[in-house]
Every structure is written in C-alpha cells, then in structure tokens.
Write a protein that binds this ligand. Structure first.
Ligand code: NAD
Length: 393
C-alpha cells in the first residue's frame, strides 16, 4: 500500500506528518512511503534524509493513486475529492470548522481519521496529537512572553542590586497551561495559575505553580474537560481575577471549552490595569480569544490606565509550527502510532471494534461517523437556502 506525505500548503505551516525516523517505522509496517519534494524542509528534514530512510521523494503526490494520506492541517475539499474512493486519511481535521471537507470526504467514501478525535485514554496517549502539540504551544508561549518582557524572569542578587523575579499568571491549566507553568518556573519566575476544574489545583502544584482559589463554582464535564461557565459566573470570575492580573508581569491564557469558542477571561480594562511593560500572551487567540481585543498573529500595544506606558498583547498564532522540528517529531510519531493500529503487514486492517479506531474515525464508507459533526452537517443542510430557482430569488 502507498502512503503519501504532502508538503503542507497552509500559509505559515512548517510541520510535516512524517520524519525520516517514522518513515522507517512506516516501512516496517509494510507500507511504501512517498514524500512530496520539500515536505520536510520547514521541520529541518531534507529530501535526501527521507530518501536515505527508504522513502521515494516525488515532485507531486498523485492523490488518486494513494491508499493512505497522512497530513498535518485539515485537508481542503478539493484534495478530499481528489483521493481514491476508499482511501484512508490520518491527520488533524478540525471537523466542526471544516464541514465542506468532511462532506467531501464522506461523498468520496474516504475513511478519514481525525487526530482530535483520538480518545484520551491511556492506551491512546502515544497517538494524542492534541496533547503533543499543546505541550509545544505551552512551552513556546512562555518564550514569546520572555523575549518581549523588558525584565528578567529569575531573581538576581548582584553587586549592583537585587532584581526580583517576574510574576507570571497562567489562566487555564490543561496540557498547554501546565507546560507554560513548568517552563516559566524553570526560567525562574514566580508562577500562579487558575482553572475551573477541581483536579487542576494539584496539577498546578505538581508543576511548581501556586494555585489561585476563587470563590467560584467548579465546572467539570465528562472526560475531564471544562464546561462553559454561566454568564454570571464568568463575570464573577473576571472580577475575582482582576487584582491577580494587575499584579502580574506576564499573563498567559490557555483556556478552552471543547466545541465552543474560547471563554473570555480578561477584559480590556483588566489589561489596562497592568504595569507598563507587562506582556499578555493569548494562546486562544485563534479560537476566539481569552483576552478581549487579541488578534492571532499580532502584537497590540495597549496603553495603561494611568497613561504611563503600554502593555503588549500578543495573539499567538501557529505556536507549534514555530517549533516545527520537535512539533513534527512528536506529531509524526502520533500519526505512525495510529497507523500501526490500522495497517498490518502492508494491508489495511480497520477494526471498528477497537475503541481507538472507532473513536478517531470521522468518515467511513460514505457516512460521517462522528455524531456531533454529522449533526452540524445536517443543521447546515437544513439551514441552506433552496438551490432551485425559488431559492435563488
Ligand atoms: N490521555 C489522557 O488521559 C489525557 C491527555 C491529555 C489531556 N487529558 C485531560 O484532558 C483535560 C483537558 O485538557 P486540555 O489541555 O485538552 O484542555 P483544553 O485545551 O480543552 O482546555 C484548557 C484548559 O482551560 C480550562 N478552562 C476552561 N474554561 C476556563 C475558565 N473559564 N477559566 C479557567 N480555565 C478554564 C480547562 O479546564 C482546561 O484545563 C484535562 O483534564 C487533561 O488532564 C487527558
């Protein structure tokens, strides 16, 4: 069976779905691996390294002849429609925001696996790309803050005087938030954090952070995820967080609620209350933003309330892609480990009795198997204007 690795087309995307290391692993499964020219350039893997690992490097993948396509970013509808019927895809799919692609995959009877849907159970941890990429993002956002902060992170006691450590506040202590806490701590900052899941207090402490307890309902849903706070509770959370935000040199926000836009945790007024030179990094900027006014890919200077300076509001974009080498190393392993469940001795073995295979499957044999996505598609179809002459009027 032929497995294709494309050069990612999305602007700014530098990651790749296979590394020379995983090419060897994939070939050990009996797969023939085709890598598009330049696919690994952004992640530091030259074509020659793929060839040396045993892959064939081709100027362009012939989508219609592939048995499997492994990718990083969600496919576009045209690519989905160009694949052979019955082909298998593995990669990030963002099902709820890429409905036309999901429809094209289903229409083309492609069996697609979305890495976002891999169940978060122990057995599937090695395939969990949300975790591996959040780890990279959590690390990166602290470095982005550190290079913009006109201060040290650690305490320095020197002959010229003592420099106090920076104070870092992390809101949202999931995978990315915990990595941010650990990274800021390793850089020597004093780190504080808040989350609305009760379990997060111990997790924050285990990374060396101090948990900020707010007099607020906890909000945990199934699977260890957060649920959305009521509007009143959200307002109260912002009020209670305001003094902590004001005392921080660095604020990092990573809060998310599955299937919803990112919750607003920090208003413009709260940012204006910080000291001049402070830095805010919004990791959720691409999914709606935890901080009012953040824009993905932009640094925005916000004047302080007292008019004495500015705070820099960073809307982080593609943080994992900015660390494409290690992000790809982990991502490619996630892909190869999932493929190991789907392929044996060069033959496809789709066992839908396996929880991981069934859970990660987005489309198969013309059906959208992920029910929430199927519901969204049905709602979209019902809401679409009639295509006939009457609808067009
Ligand atoms: N294989 C596994 O078992 C596995 C792997 C990874 C994560 N997990 C668990 O999954 C859960 C979610 O992790 P994630 O990183 O994907 O989360 P996520 O990206 O969905 O959300 C990030 C964090 O934001 C928090 N949050 C949401 N609304 C908030 C608010 N209003 N204020 C403050 N914080 C808010 C969430 O509680 C979460 O900790 C965690 O319990 C994690 O331990 C399990």
């Amino acid at each position: 069976m032929q497995l294709g690795i494309p050069r990612e087309r999305r602007e700014g995307e530098r990651r790749v779905a296979a590394t020379p290391d995983t090419v060897r692993q994939l070939m050990g499964m009996g797969l023939e691996v085709l890598v598009e020219t330049g696919a690994g350039d952004g992640a530091g893997h030259a074509d020659a390294a793929y060839r040396a690992a045993g892959a064939a490097v081709v100027p362009q993948l012939d989508l219609a002849s592939l048995d499997i396509l492994a990718h990083v970013r969600p496919l576009d509808p045209r690519t989905a429609a160009s694949l052979a019927r019955g082909a298998v895809t593995v990669g990030l799919a963002s099902p709820s925001s890429e409905l036309p692609t999901v429809q094209a995959l289903a229409d083309n009877a492609v069996t697609s696996f979305a890495l976002e849907l891999v169940p978060r159970i122990s057995r599937a941890q090695s395939m969990d790309a949300l975790t591996s990429q959040a780890l990279v993002a959590g690390y990166r956002c602290v470095l982005e803050a550190a290079i913009r902060l006109p201060r040290f992170f650690p305490l320095y006691m020197t002959a010229a005087g003592t420099v106090p450590p920076a104070r870092v506040l992390v809101l949202g202590a999931g995978v990315a938030g915990l990595q941010a806490i650990g990274t800021a701590k390793r850089l020597g900052a004093r780190v504080f954090a808040n989350d609305i899941r009760p379990a997060s207090a111990d997790e924050v402490a285990s990374m060396g952070g101090t948990f900020i307890r707010l007099d607020l309902e906890t909000a945990e849903a199934a699977g260890g995820y957060a649920r959305q706070l009521s509007s009143d509770a959200g307002t109260r959370q912002r009020q209670l967080l305001a003094p902590h935000v004001a005392q921080s040199d660095v604020l990092i926000t990573t809060a998310a609620v599955p299937g919803r836009p990112a919750p607003l945790l920090v208003t413009r007024g709260m940012v204006e209350g910080m000291r001049p030179g402070s830095v805010v990094v919004d990791l959720a900027a691409e999914s709606g933003g935890n901080v009012e006014g953040s824009v993905a890919g932009q640094d925005i200077p916000i004047p302080t309330a007292d008019g004495t300076g500015h705070i820099i509001l960073v809307g982080l974009k593609d943080p994992a892609s900015a660390m494409a080498s290690d992000a790809s190393r982990l991502y490619a392993k996630n892909v190869a480990n999932l493929l190991a469940l789907l392929v044996r001795d060069g033959k496809s073995t789709l066992d839908f009795d396996d929880d991981v295979v069934a859970g990660a499957c987005l489309t198969h044999a013309g059906d959208v198997r992920h029910q929430p996505t199927a519901d969204l598609l049905a709602a979209r179809t019902a809401a679409a204007p009639m295509a006939g002459p009457e609808g067009a009027r």
